[in-house]
Design a protein around this ligand. Sequence first.
Ligand SMILES: NC(=O)c1ccc[n+]([C@@H]2O[C@H](COP(=O)([O-])OP(=O)(O)OC[C@H]3O[C@@H](n4cnc5c(N)ncnc54)[C@H](OP(=O)(O)O)[C@@H]3O)[C@@H](O)[C@H]2O)c1
Length: 297
Amino acid sequence: MLLVVGGTGDLGHRVVRRLREQGNAVRCLVRPGTDDSGLLEIGVDVVRGDLTQPESLRAACAGVDTVVATATVIGRRLAGARTPSIHEADEVGMASLVDAAEAAGVERFVYVSYAGVDAALGTPLERAKLATEQRLSRSAMRTVIVRPEAFQEVHLAPLGRFDMGAGKIAVIGKGDTKQHWVGTDDVAALVTAVAIEADPPAVVEFGGPEAISRNEAASMAEELTQHRMKVQHLPRSVARLAIRLLDKRNDALASIFGAGLLQDLHESQCDDEPLRQRGIKPTSAGDYLREQARLLR
Ligand SMILES: NC(=O)c1ccc[n+]([C@@H]2O[C@H](COP(=O)([O-])OP(=O)(O)OC[C@H]3O[C@@H](n4cnc5c(N)ncnc54)[C@H](OP(=O)(O)O)[C@@H]3O)[C@@H](O)[C@H]2O)c1
């Protein structure tokens, strides 16, 4: 039995679907009040609970061999949820999940972090991800840390202030640093693979097949839509200040500024080899943008 924590999320649901398609028994920890119908339809066993409720995590882990943790509270915080904070859910809550998994005799723990998590930008999400990676490094379970690059569907989309339809793109810093933007579905395929393959690596860092900068992506958007994009640049110094000022007041926004700054500071060091090794044919950033432009027509 695999337990997925975060199975109602964008990445998490894709992982659950793939695990079920491959015939695996899957349980999901779902927060009280969240719609579980999409999970029940595909034969998932649903246990209600929350990362901030340790007793629910103990019940969820009973009889489980592998835990896959994709959950993060950042999306709900951005949507206005006052509690829990990133510290409470992504850091303390994840530590409780690791404790519960160990106590239940779970053999493997797959955790979704991100590439560049060690860049020391000092955001709440970075602290939570690093603390969880460190907690897992002390565990006797077989642990797999998955570190994908920025997702195409988030950072090359309106949500990530890359709005081809409205012709508006925000860039932190110069925007010339190349990134291997990766498709969420390709990340899901890799997370699924390392959850079930016989001998998974301890850390897997990867991105999509094509490295392009945000400025190059913006030029591509102009060519594809035949419309001029209004590109708004925010200096790195302002992003650093925003991270510091928002740290306590708005942990999600501070972390979003951190993600943008990371994309400008951190030249992507990884490629799509871990995907190809597993037979996954990844979508390039260019193909993703071409498809988005086609949908806009
Ligand atoms: N976006 C990127 O570019 C990027 C890059 C690298 C890594 N990542 C990582 O990839 C993962 C993204 O996953 P996703 O797309 O599935 O995120 P998502 O769509 O925001 O979903 C978050 C999931 O976490 C669950 N959750 C939130 N708070 C919880 C709590 N207190 N207890 C239990 N579950 C809780 C949510 O449940 P509800 O549905 O009930 O809210 C939902 O299932 C994250 O770990 C993120 O840090 C993202």
